[in-house]
Ligand binder design. Structure first.
Ligand SMILES: Cc1ncc(C[n+]2csc(CCOP(=O)(O)OP(=O)(O)O)c2C)c(N)n1
Length: 812
């Protein structure tokens, strides 16, 4: 029998679920909420007793989350944050054992499916990819994208997850992708804390979703604080509903939000709100925000410190009185749904269940480590028996034995102590200890360091190489026309390719790479966005997670800084932090290096490559090479950044006959000029400068070999720079980054990774931009960046050092 909630029988809201608001379903909600609370309390104790390192729990948010779970349907997806354990329990995406497994950092994907122990507690995720790396049928499951810690960073991705539904509904060519969407009926559910709404990207995302008109339902869990800082210090007027009200849609506005405010302890009100809101979002593709107020945080922010430091006695008393569980319990009893005694029994059994889950998760986590400790202890005892320093080694074993809840690192430290104590002795058991440790290193490498990049059959590194083919009368085209032809072919071959960015649509980007393609493929395939780099990237991340192939543009390389945080924290880590349960093969397109002035000439390559490991970084020298890289990436499941050469769009290039098929392998340098005296290693716009300098060097008898690395990540996989160095024994790294930037990265690759040190006859050199930003104007550029003359002189000086008589210094 359906139970009326707030005077109205809401069961009619969801005919597909006859169980809605029966006694059983309400008690199930209560039980999940109660178990979740118990899990929080037990979890806290695990930290305080030293079994877990850190705890951040969802206590106080339970009731809203069981209500929210009722609005989810298969195909829906979440982007949220660390308070959402109850939602995950209610959706069946997380068990209590898995919750505790993550608390203990259990490095086993079968026990801790969110991240295999790579993410801290409360960072949830579900499996989106099959073992072959391809997306599962997302329409058959509720999913969650993988959480990150930086406050607000779930928002850009949320925009993309919701935007995908709009594309699936509105682009006819996507209707056949039935495993990805059911006519775009999926809602992307977001959650965020009240204080995180003070972040810029929150407002950027809210604005973007309002403009786009997408099925996004965002819940704000408002417990009045962000750690210790109250709403009055976070938000204008201290009231999110008030400041968000300008986003509310009106009868005469096409854009805007439905806004709801509901109290976090009001179970029936929450259920009604969520079912109503989600239905409208799903049907009409109008975004909605549910501001859940009067929430509590009975455990304080985290295990790092007590909330008594910043909450008054009145506030603490108020929180106790407005505890959602307590209020829900009262409501159940006063509605006559069941008796207090029945609830007592339910609570007792729920508490016991939570305890059992904790114990079983602890056992599963600790048993293998205990077994490993036994192995180490046995080997250590053998070493002690055979060693001249047996007593010392025995003591090391005893210390290891004493540790209450040992970690694997304790075992490693103990082994190291034993080996140091017995240095110089030849003990067979010590050799076995070394072998055992080596095997553990291999196992732990697999546990913690795999899946940075794709290793599926679609890895970008496995895409077959298709060289460019030129007709005898191949036309000379402007660079922008070459890339335009590439994108035209790509849009034709890949119906799931979506190009987006500032000015990408109507004018086909500021350099016309997409000129005419919006008219040809439609405004959703080639699309303009607002000026909002962070959410352009987030839009792409969400779309890619749901199976689309975004080419998302940052108009100029310098502005990638606005998006670098989300690229670094979210996109670059998706695959690694989920151990390949999720991926987002976004292609970031941008243009940079040389043009005019501080913010249109940057080449901040080291900043980028050090922050986006997990993405590939392509630095093509011209638009033909760029086309080949796009063609490679579009066949792969890796995310990447392609930095086109800004001053290359109006230079002539021969158009390959197979511009739509040619591929450029990643991580394979091109030898642009062969030579025997000095190797110059460079990329991007510097390639042309190096070639010009080489012409001049040839006039004075210096034979320069020039290598274009083509991609910084991955870097020179076949070791071509080393091969060149073996011939020339001299190397100059040339780029436009700051001194010690990407040039130092390349140098380290050659010296340390490739072992180039032994082949050097002269000190290796770097020639880079200055440490300041490039000054304006052509003269400013000349004295800010390497140029033909400085390259000439740097190479000449190297030859002068080698043979001063043959190469006298004539220019200084
Ligand atoms: C970018 C960033 N800044 C600071 C932090 C540290 N931090 C973690 S949670 C938090 C408070 C968040 O409060 P709120 O959004 O209200 O969520 P709640 O934890 O109260 O649910 C802060 C400052 C962070 N994780 N990320």
């Amino acid at each position: 029998m359906a139970i009326p909630l707030t005077g109205r029988d809401t069961s009619s809201l969801d005919q597909s679920n006859p169980e809605q608001f029966t006694k059983d379903s309400i008690l199930r909600d209560y039980r999940i909420a109660f178990e979740s609370r118990e899990a929080s309390l037990i979890g806290e104790k695990q930290v305080f007793t030293g079994k877990a390192k850190f705890g951040i729990f969802g206590a106080g948010k339970e009731v809203a989350q069981v209500a929210l779970a009722r609005a989810f349907r298969r195909g829906d997806i979440r982007s949220g944050y660390y308070r959402d354990q109850t939602l995950l329990f209610a959706l069946g995406l997380l068990t209590l054992e898995e919750f505790f497994a993550q608390l203990y950092a259990t490095p086993d994907i079968t026990l801790e499916p969110s991240s295999a122990g790579r993410s801290m507690t409360g960072h949830f995720s579900s499996t989106l990819l099959g073992p072959d790396g391809r997306l599962l049928d997302l329409t058959q499951r509720i999913s969650t994208s993988s959480d990150v810690s930086p406050t607000g960073s779930q928002m850009p991705r949320l925009v993309g997850l919701a935007y995908a539904s709009k594309l699936f509904r509105e682009i006819p060519d996507l209707h056949g992708l039935t495993g990805l969407s059911r006519n775009g009926d999926e809602v992307a559910f977001g959650t965020i804390g009240n204080a995180s709404c003070a972040e810029g990207m929150f407002w950027e995302a809210v604005n973007a979703a309002g403009v786009l008109g997408i099925p996004m339902l965002l819940s704000i869990w408002d417990d009045h604080y962000g750690i210790s800082v109250p709403n009055e210090v976070q938000i204008t007027k201290g009231d999110l509903s008030a400041v968000l009200s300008g986003f509310r849609r009106t009868p005469d506005s096409r854009q805007g939000y439905d806004l709801y405010t509901v109290q976090g302890w009001d179970y029936p009100g929450l259920c009604e709100t969520y079912l109503n809101a989600a239905e409208i979002v799903r049907k009409e593709h109008v975004p909605a925000i549910v501001h859940v107020t009067e929430m509590t945080q009975p455990q304080g922010h985290s295990t790092s410190g007590s909330h008594r430091r910043y909450k008054s006695a009145e506030r603490l008393a108020w929180e106790e009185e407005h505890d959602g569980l307590r209020k829900m319990r009262d409501w159940i009893v006063t509605q006559g749904i069941c008796s207090a005694e029945e609830l007592d029994k339910l609570e007792k059994s729920a508490a016991a269940y939570a305890r059992e889950a904790q114990q079983s998760a602890w056992e599963a986590y600790s048993a293998p480590i205990e077994a490993e400790r036994r192995t180490v202890l046995a080997l250590t005892a053998e070493v002690a028996a055979a060693s001249r320093r047996g007593a010392e080694v025995e003591k090391i074993g005893q210390e290891l034995q004493k540790i209450q809840a040992p970690l694997r690192r304790d075992l490693m430290a103990s082994i190291s102590s034993t080996l140091i104590a017995t240095a110089g002795e030849e003990i067979p058991a010590a050799r076995r200890l070394i072998a055992w440790r080596g095997e553990q290193d291999r196992i732990n490498q697999e546990r913690y360091s795999t899946d940075v990049y794709s290793d599926t059959p679609r890895s970008a590194l496995k895409v077959p190489v298709v060289p460019a083919v030129y007709a005898p009368d191949a036309p000379e085209k402007n660079g922008f026309e070459v890339i335009n032809a590439c994108f035209d072919a790509a849009l034709r071959h890949h119906p799931d390719l979506i190009a987006l960015g500032e000015d990408v649509g109507k004018i086909g980007d500021v350099n016309q790479g997409f000129a005419g393609l919006q008219a040809k493929y439609g405004p959703l395939r080639v699309t303009d966005t607002g000026i909002r780099e962070t959410t352009i990237m987030g839009q792409a991340i969400g779309m890619a997670m749901r199976g689309l192939r975004p080419v998302a543009e940052i108009q100029y390389l310098d502005y990638i800084l606005y998006a670098l945080q989300i690229l670094s924290d979210d996109l670059a880590t998706v695959r690694w932090r989920t151990k390949s349960q999720q991926a987002a093969p976004v292609i970031v397109r941008t243009r940079g290096h040389r043009l005019e002035g501080i913010w249109h000439s940057g080449s901040l390559m080291a900043g980028i490559i050090h922050l986006v490991r997990g993405m590939y970084v392509c630095v093509p020298r011209n638009l033909t090479q760029a086309s080949g890289m796009y063609n490679t990436l579009l066949q792969s499941d890796d995310p990447a950044i392609v930095v086109e050469v800004l001053n290359g769009y109006r230079l002539k290039e021969k158009l390959p006959a197979n511009i739509g098929e040619m591929t450029v392998p990643l991580g394979v340098p091109d030898v642009l000029r062969e030579g025997s005296h000095v190797t110059v290693v460079t990329y991007g716009a510097c390639c042309r400068i190096a070639l010009e300098a080489a012409e001049r060097l040839a006039q004075v008898g210096i034979d320069t070999e020039i290598l274009d690395v083509q991609t910084l990540l991955p870097f020179d996989r076949p070791g071509r720079i080393l091969e060149s160095l073996k011939k020339t024994n001299r190397v100059l790294f040339l780029d436009e980054d700051v001194p010690g930037g990407a040039s130092a990265f390349m140098l380290r690759e050659l010296l340390e990774v490739q072992g180039g040190f032994a082949w050097l006859d002269a000190a290796p050199r770097t020639l880079t931009g200055k440490e300041h930003r490039p000054a304006y104007g052509s003269d400013g550029d000349y004295w800010s960046k390497p140029n033909r003359e400085t390259v000439f002189e740097a190479v000449y000086e190297m030859m002068h050092e080698a043979d001063p008589r043959r190469f006298p210094l004539f220019f200084r």
